[in-house]
Design a binder for this molecule. Structure first.
Ligand SMILES: [Ca+2]
Ligand SMILES: [Ca+2]
Ligand SMILES: [Ca+2]
Length: 165
């Protein structure tokens, strides 16, 4: 009797575990909340430009494991796996992320380049231009910025205008 009941409980437990396992992804809401709380130093529920800059600096320092003030693609990847952050299907690779903000094109992210990029990111995410980021602004912005823009090529089509006299 008791044996039978135990196996039913075990089967239910297994089903739940499997179901939850499939849900765990990079867009984990609990992970997002933790990140937001981390950024929101004064806990007012909004991220100011200073809070965002401070958080970005911290993130840079975490990624820069050898402390030389530059983040390579492999340092970026190592930090990602330390955080158990799996890349989304359409997420840019570390190389692509660096390339997007690599001002001098050396394939390495400098502290200044990271700072400039995070400032630009802040402005892009602040869609209502109130100088702070709400939770939903970050959520929307993060998803947009980290995803490969498939349509970029269409906007860069060269217009061949032949000027005739
Ligand atoms: Ca705040
Ligand atoms: Ca480094
Ligand atoms: Ca805003």
């Amino acid at each position: 009797m008791t044996h039978r009941r135990l196996s039913v409980v075990a089967a239910l437990g297994l089903a739940t575990t499997l179901g939850l396992g499939r849900q765990a992804s990079a867009n984990d809401p609990a992970k997002f909340d933790a990140m937001f709380t981390d950024m929101d130093a004064n806990s007012d529920g909004r991220i100011s430009e200073d809070e965002h800059a401070a958080w970005a600096r911290q993130k840079f320092q975490r990624m820069d494991s050898d402390g030389d003030g530059r983040v390579t693609a492999s340092e970026m990847k190592a930090e990602k796996s330390r955080m158990h952050d799996k890349a989304g299907k359409n997420e840019m690779s570390a190389e692509e992320k660096i390339k997007a903000v690599d001002g001098n094109g050396d394939g390495v992210l400098s502290r200044e380049e990271h700072e400039t990029a995070s400032k630009i990111k802040f402005d892009q995410m602040d869609t209502d231009n109130d100088g702070t980021l709400s939770k939903s602004e970050i959520k929307a912005g993060h998803a947009k910025l980290m995803t490969k823009r498939a349509s970029t090529s269409s906007t860069t089509t060269t217009t061949t205008t032949t000027t005739k006299d």
